[in-house]
Write a protein that binds this ligand. Structure first.
Ligand SMILES: NC(=O)c1ccc[n+]([C@@H]2O[C@H](COP(=O)([O-])OP(=O)(O)OC[C@H]3O[C@@H](n4cnc5c(N)ncnc54)[C@H](OP(=O)(O)O)[C@@H]3O)[C@@H](O)[C@H]2O)c1
Length: 293
């Protein structure tokens, strides 16, 4: 790889990808508002100018609940990767695209993990738009890797962990209900960026599940994070029915990185180890950031 483009470069994952790929001779990061990559003309014009040999697509419309009522999510989640795939195929490039556990319904019996050959069946507009993005890529090129990740957190931008920390610091005497009947694999965006690099370097193609090992609930994740930070907290486990959201979430979102393991390039460790490493590196700055809000 001599020349790469990272899209969504100001986002949670995009920022970490810029760090992980920073030794590549030519590296460009692009995001809104500079270029709207869901606009085919703007997208192809940018690619013709930069001529990357690899594109790492971290751009997406990620506000899951907003997707239910905002059809523009289809532009970022389906049209944008479709334009990238069109250019990739015509220019002998390689496209790494990031997708989601929400392409699955979550109906697989607990605690069987989801492998790449399981049939997607999204139950949310977000999941449907992301699956449409996957399909649009596969229809146009074979020169792609799609990484489905889950429950992403990182140092940059907003995420569930920062929300739970902010709520706790702002309301130290209050108890918060946290959902304890959805299961997933919490994943640090920095480790995902390393997995992306391992796959891009080999130009390994196809669909890859890409999340930390093991699984937990949102309640377990929030509790583990605040405990690692040594921040007193009062979380109460609750059911999904007790915590209604505009979007139905999958009950079983446990991904198994079967494809990467078969190729010997799985970089993920247990989610608790990853979380502790995240706290060691970023805990203080995350607390400062959240306190300043
Ligand atoms: N976050 C999670 O828990 C999670 C879980 C599973 C999978 N994923 C997937 O992981 C990937 C990275 O997620 P993330 O958390 O890093 O997302 P993020 O922080 O929301 O970053 C996405 C970036 O893409 C940009 N973008 C959106 N539409 C664009 C467009 N038309 N042209 C150019 N840039 C555009 C966004 O800009 P604006 O902010 O200005 O809109 C944002 O900077 C996504 O594909 C997401 O679907 C995330």
């Amino acid at each position: 790889m001599q020349n790469i483009l990272i899209t969504g470069a100001k986002g949670q994952l995009g920022t970490d990808c810029l760090e992980i790929f920073n030794d590549i001779p030519e590296i460009s990061g692009i995001d809104l508002p500079e270029v709207d990559l869901s606009d085919r003309f703007q997208c192809l014009e940018l690619l013709d100018r930069l001529k990357p040999d690899a594109i790492i697509n971290c751009a997406a419309y990620t506000a899951v609940d907003a997707c239910e009522t905002d059809p523009t999510c289809w532009k970022a989640n389906r049209d944008l990767p479709s334009h990238l795939a069109e250019w990739t195929e015509k220019n002998d490039a390689f496209l790494v695209h990031v997708s989601t556990d929400y392409v699955f319904s979550g109906d697989k019996p607990l605690f069987q993990s989801l492998v790449e050959t399981d049939e997607p069946n999204p139950i949310s507009e977000y999941g449907k738009s992301k699956l449409a993005g996957e399909l649009a890529i596969a229809e146009q090129t074979d020169r792609y890797a799609i990484l489905r990740t889950a429950w992403l957190y990182g140092a940059h931008g907003n995420n569930f962990l920062k929300t739970m920390l902010r709520l706790t610091l702002q309301n130290p005497d209050r108890a918060f209900n946290v959902v304890n009947d959805q299961y997933g694999s919490p994943t640090w965006s920095m480790t995902l960026a390393r997995q992306i690099r391992a796959i891009a370097e080999q130009r390994a193609t196809g669909i890859f599940h890409a999340s930390s090992e093991g699984y937990g609930t949102w309640y377990e994740l929030a509790s583990a994070f605040l405990e690692a930070l040594n921040v007193p907290h009062h979380f109460v486990p609750c059911s999904s029915d007790e915590f209604p959201t505009p979007t139905k979430r999958p009950v079983n979102s446990i991904l198994e990185n079967a494809h990467a393991k078969a190729l010997g390039i799985n970089v993920f460790r247990g989610w608790q180890d990853e979380l502790n490493q995240f706290v060691d590196r970023h805990g203080d700055s995350v607390i400062e950031e959240v306190k300043a809000l």
